[in-house]
Design a protein around this ligand. Structure first.
Ligand code: SAH
Length: 344
């Protein structure tokens, strides 16, 4: 059985017309999916026999809210979803002044092996389908009762390692007959799978590309991220330059700061030299420490000094504000704990 959330508007319309039914039914179904339904009984404007026919072929209850944690000190909510086959993923709702943003997972687990990341430690389950990505946004939007204006694909998983489903998801998310989230309000974060970045640029989707750089050179990057052994930093930056040229959109770099590893003034200077002339923004992220992790977060003075050097060299840099640390909102941490307690 496949997920109703995976279907595009045109596929739904074809399904109805093949059965001699009016295509406008697709519009009704699409609106229900945008409202995050998990039960056909909620689709009150569809005849019962039609709901039964759909139910025989497609599931709508692919995401089950296993846990919901609301942060006490800010407006951040973490959702832990269980998928139909028992896999567990996480999503985070963040309330900003300008609206609501949801951070979604693209895979159950990850196979990229970044040495500092909790998602990798918990292992790889499987890719998510486009509908499972869309469902996270729709369910959370329904739960908070507000329109979701921004989506970031920055939760568990490497989105470009699940390329086709990611692209399908972005088109579904953008469809004005459904959630209608503007692609300019979507960010996709990658650890730097260069060939897939080139493909992604060619799709011509106006999303923001975030690249997890975390190092000013190959030696440090390889220590942190196995993917850097396949793709040297210069090839990565070349793919970034091409993306900026083709899309006219600046690249956002994520630079997580690990004490004594990548946070020294000389690292900042080397990074500035490397990024010179590239239309970009650097997000400095004080590393998240978690049980079982080996890295320490950089001291705040080191982070500020690093930012100062980048700025002085003409590179835009901000320090990311932290939200939801009390609920372990950062990616992968909760899934890992749940899996650990269950296997004990
Ligand atoms: N696979 C995508 C999305 C991953 S998570 C990517 O690599 O970009 C989003 C960001 O959090 C990435 O930049 C990732 O490198 C970073 N991250 C993961 N674990 C972290 C940790 N313990 N401390 C700081 N940043 C971390």
């Amino acid at each position: 059985m496949t997920d109703l959330y995976d279907r595009t508007y045109d596929e739904l319309a074809a399904w109805f017309t093949e059965r001699g039914l009016p295509a406008y039914r697709a519009g009704q179904v699409f609106r229900w999916l945008a409202r995050g339904v998990s039960d056909y009984a909620e689709m009150t404007d569809l005849p019962k026999d039609l709901r039964a026919a759909l139910a025989a072929e497609f599931r709508v209850d692919g995401l089950f809210v296993e846990r919901k944690l609301v942060s006490a000190d800010d407006d951040t909510v973490k959702y832990v979803f269980r998928l139909h086959d028992g896999n567990v993923i996480e999503s985070v709702l963040m309330k900003y002044r300008h609206g609501y943003s949801v951070c979604i997972s693209s895979q159950a687990g990850c196979r990229m092996g970044c040495t500092f990341c909790a998602s990798t430690l918990a292992g790889f389950g499987r890719d998510l389908s486009a509908g499972e990505m869309l469902g996270q946004v729709a369910r959370i939007g329904a739960d908070c009762g507000a329109r979701i204006s921004n989506v970031v694909v920055m939760g568990i998983g490497e989105p470009l390692d699940n390329y086709d489903e990611l692209v399908r998801f972005l088109r579904l998310l953008n469809d004005a007959r459904g959630l209608g989230v503007g692609l300019r309000h979507v960010s996709v974060s990658t650890c730097g799978v260069v060939p897939r970045m080139l493909d992604f640029t060619d799709e011509g989707l106006p999303v923001t590309l975030s690249v997890s750089l975390h190092a000013p050179n190959d030696a440090i990057r390889r220590q942190l991220m196995p993917v850097a052994r396949s793709f040297p930093i210069e090839d990565l930056l070349e793919a970034c330059r091409r993306h900026v040229e083709r899309t006219g959109r600046r690249i956002s770099f994520e630079y997580s700061m690990f004490q004594g590893v990548n946070d020294r003034p000389e690292h900042a200077r080397e990074l500035a030299r490397r990024l010179r002339g590239l239309q970009c923004h650097v997000n400095l992220i004080p590393a998240n420490e978690f049980a079982g992790g080996t890295y320490r977060r950089s001291r705040s003075e080191a982070v500020r000094a690093f930012q100062g050097i980048l700025e002085a060299e003409g590179i835009n840099a901000t320090v990311r504000r932290e939200l939801g640390t009390d609920i372990e909102a950062a990616c992968g941490q909760l899934r890992r704990r749940l899996e650990e307690t269950e296997t004990q």
